[in-house]
Design a protein around this ligand. Structure first.
Ligand code: NAD
Length: 274
């Protein structure tokens, strides 16, 4: 039995979904018949990595979404811009009059070869926080009222294993701190929205082999990739499906009594590299 068949006809909003995990979440939800509202800063971002471009139907994001036979909206939005997000939320409201699932996925840019806690550049910290933390505040501010009003909804935020455990050498501390705050914010969000029948949970992915991860980080430093692999109890990096499966669960009725949690999807990373 497909427990998520009840998602047919619901409306899912996914930010940063022109490629990578975001597009993977959107496609899985569309597989259940969920209508999609997708935004990204760069709707052509899949073209930056061969593996991501190869994932698209006929090399096109539109053709990929059309292949699922669901209704969709595609907007160029910078999630660090509250006004642009509000405009996007208004369009979703006009089109379907509701928003049932919200995946605050846009973000990234963690650099684990620099950004030690004693050597943080304020401008770089500012942009890391805007992209990874303020973006979540902005997205929830735009779509939360819709869910509150309709008295139902599932919000999924994207933290990182680095926001839960500590990489031993301290690199990437700005990104890790922002992602840690995403988890804690989500606990508060769950408290506010619980009485309205809305759940809010975070996932904390480990090293996941998206096109960007493999081509930018892995190919750039295979030795580091091997170290990262060895950090997980399961001794491998994750696949996009490892993470998509958990978002699928959190979006559907199987998770109706779960809220305020951070679920690590990292193959069991409990120790950082030294
Ligand atoms: N891949 C991993 O190993 C991993 C691990 C932990 C957490 N994460 C998190 O998962 C999320 C997705 O990761 P991914 O690997 O798919 O990344 P990715 O870089 O492949 O995709 C991110 C997408 O978000 C978009 N984006 C970036 N900034 C944006 C902005 N300001 N406004 C709108 N869109 C924006 C990009 O254009 C891109 O299409 C990120 O939040 C990332 O921090 C990923």
């Amino acid at each position: 039995m497909d427990i998520n068949q009840s998602l047919k006809g619901k409306v899912a909003v996914v930010t940063g979904a022109a490629r990578g995990l975001g597009l993977g979440y959107a496609r899985r939800l569309a597989h259940h018949g969920t209508h999609l509202a997708i935004c990204d800063l760069n709707l052509e971002s899949a073209q930056e990595y061969q593996a991501e471009a190869d994932n698209l139907v006929d090399g096109s994001l539109e053709a990929t979404l059309e292949s699922h036979g669901v209704e969709y909206l595609l907007h160029q939005v910078d999630v660090t811009d509250p006004a642009a997000l509000q405009k996007f939320a208004n369009s979703v409201q006009e089109r379907w009059g509701r928003a049932d699932i919200l995946v605050c996925n846009a973000g990234g840019g963690g650099d684990f070869s620099r950004n030690l806690p004693t050597d943080l550049d304020p401008d770089s910290v500012q942009s890391t926080f805007e992209r990874n933390l303020f973006s979540v505040f902005n997205t929830v501010k735009a779509f939360g009222p819709i869910m509150k009003e309709q008295k139902s909804g599932k919000i999924i935020t994207i933290s990182s294993f680095t926001g839960v455990t500590v990489l031993g050498d301290g690199h990437g501390s700005d990104y890790a701190t922002a992602k840690s705050a995403v988890s804690f914010y989500t606990r508060y969000l769950a408290q506010e929205l619980g009485p309205y029948g809305v759940t809010a949970n975070a996932i904390a992915p480990g090293f996941i082999a998206t096109g960007q991860f493999t081509e930018r980080l892995g190919a750039a430093d295979p030795a580091r990739l091997e170290t990262w692999r060895s950090l997980a109890a399961l001794r491998r990096v994750g696949t996009p499906d490892d993470v998509i499966n958990v978002v699928d669960f959190l979006a559907g009725p199987g998770s109706d009594f779960i809220t305020g949690q951070t679920i690590c999807v990292d193959g069991g990373i409990v120790r950082g590299a030294s």
